[in-house]
Design a binder for this molecule. Structure first.
Ligand code: SF4
Ligand code: SF4
Length: 96
């Protein structure tokens, strides 16, 4: 869980860091290529609401210029971001 959520204090979006609370890759190396599907962002639909950022279990989504950015080096392709995005801005596509 992200530290800002673990502390049960009231907070606004401005209190949430724009990037992952803990850098992906700090303890592990780049994924080994086992991902079979990957999330692909439609920047036209994304409004930067941060839901995918908050729910991604690996903390590999950041918000830059009010758009989601996915770090494919560490994304495992679980599809949670696809499920949580109400605007359907993330589609899952086969890995090539
Ligand atoms: S949940 Fe969807 S609209 Fe919100 S930031 Fe993520 S991709 Fe963009
Ligand atoms: S597919 Fe899973 S690991 Fe990859 S960005 Fe989406 S929620 Fe995170």
């Amino acid at each position: 869980m992200k530290p800002c959520l673990r502390e049960k204090k009231q907070f606004g979006f401005e209190d949430i860091p724009e990037n992952t609370a803990f850098d992906a890759g700090y303890l592990v190396s780049v994924n080994s290529g086992w991902r079979s599907i990957k999330p692909v962002l439609n920047t036209e639909k994304c409004i930067g609401c941060m839901q995918c950022y908050l729910y991604c279990p690996d903390g590999v989504i950041s918000i830059e210029n009010k758009k989601a950015v996915i770090d494919y080096d560490f994304c495992k392709g679980c599809g949670i971001c696809n499920k949580i995005c109400k605007l359907r801005a993330i589609e899952m596509e086969a890995e090539r």
